[in-house]
Write a protein that binds this ligand. Sequence first.
Ligand code: NDP
Length: 479
Amino acid sequence: ATANIGVVGLAVMGSNLARNLASREGNTVAVFNRSRSKTDELIEAHPEAEFVPAFSYEQFAASLTKPRTAVIMVKAGRPTDAVIDSLIEVFEPGDIIVDGGNALFTDTIRREKAVRETGINFVGAGISGGEEGALNGPSIMPGGSDESWVTLGPILRSIAAVAEGEPCVTHVGHDGAGHFVKMVHNGIEYADMQLIAEAYDLIRRGTGKTPAEIAEVFAEWNRGELESYLIEITAEVLRQTDAATGQPLVDVILDQAGAKGTGAWTVQTALSLGVPVSGIAEATFARSLSSHPEQREVSTGLPGPAEGLQVEDPDAFIEDVRLALYASKIVAYSQGFDEIRAGAAEYDWTIDLGAVSKIWRAGCIIRAQFLNRIADAYDAQPDLPVLLTAPYFVEALGRAQAAWRRIVSTSAHSGIPAPAFSSSLAYYDGLRAERLPAALIQGQRDFFGAHTYKRIDKPGTFHTLWSGDRTEIEAEDTH
Ligand code: NDP
């Protein structure tokens, strides 16, 4: 046995992760793939790397020093279960199985529990950054036991992206915590992308600028408080000309957004936790809406406003859009961290929210300057109940809100869909409100279902005898 770490699954993510591991001082990497061809290809293409190829699970286990540590990078779902079952056969108590795929966190909780019974450690680790990140340094979100972190920590630190001298990996929490946080990361990514898309659409329709000209706007924004990978690549995409037609590439791409499901998981989980991640939900639904051509075709004739968007001062309008984007982005991140906070409470994880924001500063898709501000907020107040109430964000929202309101009303007035901008503003105003019409909803619930209500002026639970004489009685608390 000569390898200190192994990788199972050598498609694009696994082979890049294996190369990343092999490129770090002190690592010898055992590699295994179900079909032999991928292993052969990897070994052949990278003679410089210290790989130990294995062609059976037995061989793979034999090539690893103890405690054996293996990262699985295969298709999420049943393939992951199949590989775990095979590894359990050949591993021993104390060994560590890491699932680096995009597993649903509840699967990770289930697997961790099952594998733990064998004495083997199971770690679900979210890995972000796509192919490029896997090769050069991803942001890594591992869960699992403290014991496995002792062995795994130094290895993962050696391959993670580095932000301001700090590796982008932290032991997020036990069992499924890492995959939970990775899921929310992806949800935030959906929201961020949708907000950027709405900003682009408004600028294009409002100013008539070409995609290449709008690319310059984004490039400029990328030098300020919006600096981020997603803003940067937006400029790149908008600048691209289609070789076949000479048109801007964005104009020849079919406008139907795909999704692999992590946005939907984030929203489904938020719904069951009762966390309002409206920005992420709108972003996910906007992709769904775009992907129903049969519905869009029959709807293009629906009546719209008499007047389209008329912008008098393009520069001022663009600045308004920038501020609306910034404010909505603050809301989306605040909602995402709220979901992590609620998930931690529900599943009994101790998650350091500041540490999570720090490991997203490099290697992952939502990497941004902005995450330093989130880290500052949680440093100052680790149990901050609402991220956007941190002083820095209050100031930013105060600066942005007038522009944000103008953009939301302008888009509604001129019939331009801006679901993430507008729902984020509605969330913000909902949070701010001293009283909400939820009181009326409680009244309605009490009317049709005797669900009872509480009063603002005295403790207890009450019910009005709606079908009787409409007097109020003190009731059992039945919700
Ligand atoms: P794929 O998701 O395309 O999976 C292909 C790999 O899974 C191959 O190695 C394949 O082996 C193996 N596999 C499939 N079924 C089985 C099985 N029943 N038993 C054993 N092995 C099996 O690979 P990717 O590299 O794209 O992704 C790997 C993981 O990383 C996935 O969970 C993905 O969600 C996640 N991920 C991907 C990112 C990306 O940008 N692509 C980003 C972050 C995470 P074989 O060669 O024999 O078919």
